[in-house]
Design a protein around this ligand. Structure first.
Ligand SMILES: NC(=O)C1=CN([C@@H]2O[C@H](COP(=O)(O)OP(=O)(O)OC[C@H]3O[C@@H](n4cnc5c(N)ncnc54)[C@H](O)[C@@H]3O)[C@@H](O)[C@H]2O)C=CC1
Length: 415
């Protein structure tokens, strides 16, 4: 338990820390990458470059400090972060490194305001949270290792097949080089892929599994992200996967992780499931839909795919084929930038973005569980529509690829 004094001090400094949180986290990453450059390998530099990682950490610190007297409300966020940490191979020995540089960053930013008493309180609070993460991550590593076909760290996989799904999305079918079994996973989970880029040292990347569990391969479906400039880290790995990784090549893969999941068995209850996919956010939702249909062909599923147009529309046939196996699966396709003959050729059901009206008319919104994934503006839009329909937050789940972000006001989704 944290001491009362620590709780009191942390509460007192929370407004000041919140006002300076991003300055603190930017300073923190600078100090850590200078002082302990070996940890840089864990961090996607595209997320550093965009500021997403710094924002996510700032949000996490603010949330923790705000709820310091009731950390139980942080458990969903702890689970999300613990799963990401395990996907990257974060170990107990990394926590003192982070703690040291975080305290130094707080001291730097707060200056003389950071008294010894304050620094001691923050150190105690940090250690308390670190111990929670270390315990949970230890349990996840144990589960991964002991699962049939499971492992810890990296296992070598062979690219078996490479299948274009649209102009921008390509699927990679991966099978273990050792020909051993694959572990079970929950639909919605991601794997970690580590490839050595020929010119640039890079960190591993998470990709959602787009197939259901129980088939003989893992499948990831990767969107080619735009390279903003030749030096920018954005799109470095996705372009390399598209251009250079071919069938027969080896990649290192970390075991399935992630808490944006659905247990197909729960769909036996008859509650409808609404899956709303924006762009490449379709990948975890496709795995969910296939798993549910496999477990319960009669399940009530509403699968909406929002994409720009037919050129970038991945999995159109796969989703239609799936719906043909399931009498209660309803599909809908929205294009917001249709090509000239897309509407005429009935490639989409509607033109535009998702609206409250569409969800009201097409989904059993007063009863269903909602899962959505897509680019941030898409998720903000869906979230606002669901709020307008009065859908309770307990029936709403969504996932950000990469560092956690907020859909609404900061800290709203932490509890
Ligand atoms: N959950 C996550 O964190 C996800 C992040 N992304 C990232 O977002 C970026 C764009 O992804 P793409 O697949 O190219 O998506 P995209 O830009 O093609 O958009 C997909 C669909 O989202 C909807 N959408 C886009 N902007 C909207 C807005 N302002 N309001 C309402 N709806 C909107 C539209 O229906 C659009 O067709 C990529 O960099 C990708 O990595 C993509 C999917 C999931």
């Amino acid at each position: 338990m944290l001491s009362d004094q620590t709780i009191r001090i942390v509460k007192e400094i929370t407004p000041l820390v919140a006002a300076n949180a991003e300055t603190i986290t930017r300073r923190f990453y600078t100090l850590m990458f200078e002082g302990d450059p070996q940890v840089k390998a864990f961090f996607n530099q595209a997320h550093q470059h965009s500021g997403g990682q710094q924002n996510a950490l700032a949000g996490a610190i603010c949330a923790y400090f705000t709820h310091i007297d009731n950390p139980a409300v942080l458990m969903p966020a702890v689970e999300l972060i613990a799963q990401k940490h395990c996907s990257l191979g974060i170990k107990p020995e990394h926590y003192p490194i982070v703690g040291k540089h975080l305290l130094a960053a707080i001291k730097d930013v707060m200056g003389e305001g950071a008294t010894d008493e304050i620094i001691d309180a923050v150190a105690e609070a940090y250690q308390f949270l670190a111990d929670i993460f270390i315990a949970r991550e230890g349990a996840i590593y144990d589960e991964q290792q002991s699962a049939p076909g499971g492992w810890n760290g990296y296992r070598t996989f062979i690219v078996d097949r490479k299948v274009p799904e649209s102009d921008v999305v390509t699927s990679f079918y991966l099978r273990p080089e050792d020909q051993g079994p694959l572990p079970p996973f929950l639909p919605g989970q991601y794997i970690t892929v580590h490839i050595d880029h020929p010119t640039t040292p890079t960190s591993p990347r998470n990709y959602s599994l787009s197939e259901r569990p129980g088939v003989e391969h893992f499948r990831i479906s990767v969107k080619r992200e735009e390279r903003l400039s030749p030096d920018a880290p954005d799109g470095l790995i996705s372009s390399h996967l598209h251009d250079a990784i071919q069938p027969g090549h080896r990649v290192k893969v970390g075991p399935p992780c992630g808490e944006f999941t659905i247990d197909p068995a729960t769909t036996q209850s008859g509650r409808p499931i609404v899956l709303l996919a924006g762009g490449i956010g379709v990948t975890p939702l496709l795995s969910m839909a296939k798993s549910i249909v496999h477990a319960n062909p009669d399940a009530s599923i509403y699968f909406l795919q929002a994409v720009r147009n037919s050129r970038v529309h991945a999995f159109a046939d796969e989703i239609e084929n799936l719906a043909s196996l399931s009498p209660n699966m309803h599909t809908r396709v929205l294009y917001d930038a249709p090509l000239e003959d897309d509407v005429e050729n009935k490639k989409c059901d509607d033109v535009g973005f998702i609206t409250t009206k569409l969800l009201r008319e097409w989904t059993p919104y007063d009863d269903a569980d909602f899962y959505f994934c897509g680019p941030k503006p898409f998720m903000q839009n869906v979230h606002a529509c669901l709020q307008e329909l009065g859908v309770d937050e307990t029936r709403v789940r969504y996932e950000f690829f990469g560092p956690k972000e907020e859909l609404q006001c900061p800290m709203k989704n932490v509890g």
